[in-house]
Ligand binder design. Structure first.
Ligand SMILES: C[S@@+](CC[C@H](N)C(=O)[O-])C[C@H]1O[C@@H](n2cnc3c(N)ncnc32)[C@H](O)[C@@H]1O
Length: 320
């Protein structure tokens, strides 16, 4: 048997160098995570506090997929402020890591370090309109799939064309999300709740003209469940970012882009889920009516019994 030829010295050196670099990268990431985690969360730039009655629509039990993240500050706010969020979170952005850094400078890396430190997953180059192409989430299902402030960012000046481009983005996102929605009907052993798609949009023109509810209806499968105001203050540290990027001194900082736009989160679920929900309410009402009937007839029987008792009493009195 011929002996395996020893690796040439240059190859050995290359291997050792790349190993060293990987180790160094890992170390740097760890250091960044430690540094970011020890920083107090950034103040929320919104001057308004979230209303007391506002309840964040996410819990630590939810398996959450975020698409179209900007600087990953929303994902970071979730892991820092929704107890239990970590391993169940997959946060994704459309851009490559390099483009992200060009657009948002050092912001994403600090946020990503915190997300990864608690077991969350961060993925780059995920097209929300072609989720089926993302190998890392193949076969997974989520309780909440969230796209905050979707925008194609194509810089189209013509309003009609701009609306159409963004509608196409939204419709493709909705359709592409469907196989990833959890469903206790189809997966009773693993899925506890019917998955929801959350889309947050600014209000007013042109966003209202995107007609997101109509787009969901167009899928033939989804129905609108509810809508509520998006409260940036409920996500300390979250800073909205534009598709085109953020440049210190040039872009509007904090959440100025959305503060005066009355943003709203629209929630969509499968029609099947709505059907089951309606059926549950119907069953509940039926049960209540039955209980009320039983109570009424019980009360009637009680009154009759009392009257009979009184008569018997009278008779008893007689017998004494
Ligand atoms: C206005 S920014 C909002 C960013 C972030 N969600 C936030 O709230 O700050 C719109 C985002 O949509 C993303 N986007 C546009 N087309 C996309 C697509 N096909 N798939 C995923 N993300 C997309 C952009 O990359 C950008 O990050």
């Amino acid at each position: 048997m011929p002996k395996a030829r020893p690796k040439p010295r240059a190859t050995k050196l290359k291997d050792a160098l790349s190993k060293l670099l990987t180790e160094q990268q890992k170390y740097k990431k760890k250091q960044a995570a430690v540094a970011a985690a020890s920083q107090p969360p950034k103040p929320n730039f919104s001057t308004a506090a979230a209303p007391k009655h506002f309840k964040r629509p996410y819990t630590g039990l939810d398996r959450i997929l975020l698409v179209g993240e900007g600087n990953f500050s929303f994902a970071r706010a979730l892991v820092e402020h929704v107890p239990g969020t970590g391993e169940g979170l997959v946060a994704t952005c459309f851009d490559s890591e390099g483009v992200l850094i060009q657009k948002y400078e050092s912001e994403p890396s600090a946020n990503i370090a915190v997300i990864e430190a608690v077991g969350g997953t961060v993925l780059y180059e995920v097209d929300a309109t072609k989720l089926e192409k993302c190998k890392a989430i193949k076969g997974k299902r989520f309780d909440k799939i969230v796209f905050n402030f979707p925008h194609a960012g194509a810089g189209i000046k013509d309003q009609d064309r701009n609306i159409l481009t963004n509608q196409s983005l939204l419709l493709s996102f909705l359709t592409s999300s469907l196989p990833f929605l959890s469903s206790p009907t189809h997966h009773p052993l693993t899925d506890k709740q019917h998955g929801e798609i959350h889309i947050t949009l600014k209000s007013g023109t042109p966003y209202d003209l995107w007609n997101v509810r109509q787009l969901a209806k167009q899928t033939g499968v989804l129905a609108a469940k509810t809508a509520f105001p998006f409260e940036p203050a409920a996500y300390p540290g979250y800073e909205h970012r534009r598709t085109l990027g953020f440049k210190e001194g040039m872009s509007r900082g904090g959440n100025e882009e959305i503060e005066d736009k009355k943003p709203k989160t629209y929630v969509f679920v499968s029609k099947e889920a709505v059907g089951e929900e309606v059926e549950k309410v119907r069953e509940g009402m039926k049960r209540k009516r039955k209980d009320a009937r039983a109570e009424r007839s019980g009360a009637r029987a009680g009154r009759k019994g009392k009257r009979r008792g009184e008569k018997d009493g009278e008779r008893n009195d007689d017998s004494e």
